[in-house]
Write a protein that binds this ligand. Structure first.
Ligand code: NI
Length: 169
C-alpha cells in the first residue's frame, strides 16, 4: 500500500471528469488499497479517486467513529434524492490543514447504486453524514468541489486564506 499525494485546489486536474470502471482487476484493487491508506492517514471521511489523480469512478469512505469500516464504491450513481440538510463541509483538496469549511445545503436522503470490489452491484439507502459524504465524493468524480456551491463572497474569502498560506510556504 502507498500513501498518495492529494491534489490541492486550484489544481486543474481536480476538474477532470472521471471515467467508468469497466473491469475490476488487480490494478483497480491496488488503487483502492492505496486510496484507503491515503484516506486514513489524512483522517478523511471520504476520498474520491480524482483527488489522487486517478480519473476513474471510484470513491472510498469510512463514516464510522472507530475508523475501521472502509467502504469502496465503484461507478456510483445517485438514483434518488429527498429532503434537505444543512451542514459543514470540508475537503482534503481545499486548503488542507487550514481548517477551511463552510455550511452547504445537501439532500437529506438518497439512494445510491454502485459496484463493490467483487464486481457486485448494490443499492444503499443513505442519510445524514453518509448522504453528505456520497454527494461530496460524487461531485469530485464530476470535477466539482464543495466551494463551487458557495456564494462568490464566501469563495473569495476561502481563496484569500489559501493564497496567504501558499505565499508563506
Ligand atoms: Ni473533498
Amino acid at each position: 500500500m502507498a500513501v498518495l499525494e492529494i491534489l490541492q485546489y486550484p489544481d486543474p486536474r481536480l476538474r477532470i471528469k472521471a471515467e467508468s470502471v469497466t473491469q475490476i482487476d488487480d490494478d483497480i484493487r491496488k488503487k483502492v488499497e492505496d486510496m484507503y491508506e491515503t484516506m486514513y492517514v489524512n483522517q478523511g471521511v471520504g476520498l474520491a479517486a480524482t483527488q489522487v489523480n486517478i480519473h476513474l469512478q471510484i470513491f472510498t469512505m469510512d463514516i464510522s467513529d472507530t475508523r475501521d469500516k472502509p467502504l469502496c464504491v465503484i461507478n456510483p450513481e445517485i438514483l434518488t434524492k429527498s429532503g434537505m440538510q444543512y451542514d459543514y463541509h470540508g475537503c482534503l483538496s481545499v486548503g488542507a490543514g487550514l481548517g477551511i469549511s463552510d455550511k452547504l445545503e445537501r439532500a437529506a436522503k438518497l439512494r445510491l447504486r454502485g459496484m463493490d470490489l467483487d464486481g457486485k452491484i448494490f443499492e444503499w439507502d443513505l442519510d445524514e453524514l453518509a448522504a453528505i459524504c456520497v454527494q461530496h465524493e460524487v461531485d469530485h468524480l464530476n470535477g466539482i468541489l464543495f466551494i463551487d456551491h458557495l456564494s462568490r463572497l464566501k469563495l473569495d474569502r476561502i481563496r484569500k486564506k489559501i493564497d496567504k498560506a501558499q505565499r508563506r510556504v
